[in-house]
Design a protein around this ligand. Structure first.
Ligand SMILES: Nc1ncnc2c1ncn2[C@@H]1O[C@H](COP(=O)(O)OP(=O)(O)OP(=O)(O)O)[C@@H](O)[C@H]1O
Ligand SMILES: [Mg+2]
Length: 248
């Protein structure tokens, strides 16, 4: 299926939806991962600065709202709502309207606040999830949270606690992590062992230009593609993965 056909079909509500998959909203991505993310899974989007992690995550929420009427929660550790709205203003996503209609909620927490949320039962996030009946959650980014803890064991314990909380919210979740990525060699971070899937975004210099690529590195219970595909960020559609070749 080429990416334009995929776009048309995804606009027809739930027609191609496998019951245990949730469509990613990223054009061209679902066909290479058996139809989408596993429902209720926790998924990591990794990549370097400017590789497209935040755009990927917001597009996941926007397409969920527009195509499937699934409300979404965006938990930002680094930027407040105003800054995020201005960052995404080029995509015609109408985020303010979605917020007014209570389909989209943006929360801005410091890593310390998240630590407390995890320790004391996650009430505030659960309230937010329930208040909009969220089906999709984004946590962008986990890097600052992991830096709170010294030593691998403590980091891992904090992550596992956070994941338990996330699971209890009953949504499909994307987490982002900053990681310098080389296509040829990949050293998995401890976080990658805990999550259900890992998608890596690359922004690589080839000659005198940088090109974007995407790879599904891991996805449990899924026969995903093992190729690295070209991708683009466009104003019209956001992120497109050229999984069936690139039209010039
Ligand atoms: N409207 C747009 N049209 C095309 N490309 C865009 C547009 N807006 C941003 N970009 C590209 O996306 C990049 C930023 O993507 P994004 O913010 O998702 O990256 P990130 O991986 O979250 O980065 P960071 O690690 O700094 O948070 C920009 O550097 C630019 O190359
Ligand atoms: Mg970002």
């Amino acid at each position: 299926m080429d990416s334009s056909l995929f776009l048309k079909k995804s606009k027809k509500k739930a027609v191609f939806r496998d019951k245990d998959r949730l469509q990613s909203g990223i054009y061209g991505l679902d066909p290479i991962m058996e139809g989408g993310f596993k429902i209720h899974s926790t998924n990591l989007i990794g990549g370097g600065a400017g590789s497209g992690k935040s755009i990927f995550c917001m597009q996941f929420l926007v397409r969920g709202i527009e195509d499937f009427d699934e409300p979404g929660l965006y938990v930002s550790f680094e930027e407040d709502q105003k800054k995020l709205l201005s960052e995404f203003s080029g995509f015609g996503w109408n985020l303010e309207k979605k917020i007014r209609e209570r389909k989209l909620l943006i929360l801005n927490y410091s890593p310390q606040q998240v630590e407390r949320i995890v320790a004391y039962g996650g009430g505030t996030v659960r309230d937010a999830v329930e208040s909009i009946r969220a089906k999709r959650i984004v946590i962008d980014s986990l890097t600052a949270f992991t830096l709170l803890h010294k030593g691998e064991l403590k980091k891992r314990k904090a992550m596992l606690d956070l994941f338990d909380r996330i699971k209890s919210w009953g949504c499909t979740t994307l987490l982002t992590q900053e990681q310098e990525a080389s296509v040829d060699e990949h050293l998995s971070s401890p976080l990658e062992f805990e999550v259900d899937s890992v998608i890596l975004l690359y922004y690589i210099k080839q000659g005198n230009v940088r090109n974007r690529f995407l790879e599904v590195f891991k996805m449990r219970d899924t026969q995903h593609s093992n190729k690295t595909f070209p991708m683009a960020i466009t104003r019209q559609k956001g992120i497109i993965v050229y999984s069936k070749g690139k039209k010039s």
